[in-house]
Design a protein around this ligand. Structure first.
Ligand SMILES: Nc1ncnc2c1ncn2[C@@H]1O[C@H](COP(=O)(O)OP(=O)(O)OP(=O)(O)O)[C@@H](O)[C@H]1O
Length: 252
């Protein structure tokens, strides 16, 4: 009998040798990375590095041209939409219905995810409470500020208890306090609730020394590892210096 205990669980996200081109424009070139359960992995890259393209491939918005992408061991391109079930998403652009209340937005999404009304309501209450948003449940999204809207999007992404959470530049346009709050909340999610997080950003101060880090530049991986190790390997004093060194080459 094979020893099942000896088989390690697959990572929450595995990207192997993925390349992608828009016509002749190569956006990703042989990218490999993985995100383990409980890891906060920062995908750090300047504008145009390929972060959004990578997210579009992982979420199935773009078809995989070459390489392999697996979510908790299942490949959407091979296993179909069911492979996307462990995935929670916060897109770069807000996608809430402004004319619905917070609760209505969450109830709609819970139904899409197949939760019963009762479970959906309970999950929404739990996530809103964790985000200090319980008292806003009955307000129209249009009346919320940007930071509160982002918290609702985060609650929505967590309703079905995803094992892998992807966030594409989720703090763009937020004030400093709201940014810090979201950054801290998602770090806690990874550490305490063991969610695997892939956080795309171009903002260095969102990355902590003990985060896992992938530096993407011109469609390729310029460095990867524990953030403090990437800094040391680049011979830099801090992540800002390391990032400057690693992304010095001018865009092609
Ligand atoms: N639909 C498209 N058609 C053609 N080229 C594209 C398309 N989308 C992206 N690109 C190009 O692919 C490259 C990677 O873009 P991508 O949006 O993935 O980078 P990014 O790191 O997310 O940047 P940003 O932070 O500006 O969104 C860029 O050179 C971009 O111009």
């Amino acid at each position: 009998m094979p020893d099942r205990a000896a088989t390690p669980a697959p990572p929450a996200l595995s990207v192997q040798s993925v390349s992608h081109a828009y016509g002749k424009r190569r956006a990703l070139d042989d990218v490999s990375l993985s995100v383990a359960k409980g890891s906060f992995t920062a995908l750090l890259g300047p504008n145009g590095a390929g972060k959004t393209t990578l997210f579009a491939l992982v979420t199935g918005l773009l078809g995989v041209q070459s390489g392999r992408i697996a979510i908790c061991g299942a490949e959407p391109s091979r296993d179909g939409a069911a492979a996307l079930e462990p995935l929670g998403l916060v897109f770069q652009q807000p996608t809430l219905d402004l004319d619905l209340t917070v609760s209505q937005n969450l109830a709609y999404f819970a139904a899409l995810r197949g939760l019963s009304r009762r479970d959906g309501r309970q999950r929404a209450e739990d996530e809103l409470a964790r985000l200090d948003m319980a008292e806003r449940a009955g307000e129209r999204v249009r009346d919320l500020n940007g930071g509160h809207r982002r918290r609702v999007e985060l609650a929505r992404a967590l309703l079905h208890e995803p094992r892998l959470l992807l966030l594409d530049e989720p703090t763009v346009g937020l004030d400093i306090e709201s940014r810090h709050r979201i950054v801290a909340y998602v770090h806690d999610l990874a550490r305490e609730r063991r969610v695997a997080v892939l956080w795309a950003t171009h903002l260095i101060d969102e990355v902590r020394a003990d985060d896992d880090l992938v530096v993407l530049h011109q469609g390729g991986i310029a460095a990867a590892g524990r953030s403090e190790e990437v800094v040391a390997a680049a011979g830099a004093d801090n992540l800002s210096d390391a990032f400057t060194r690693l992304t010095r080459r001018a865009p092609a």
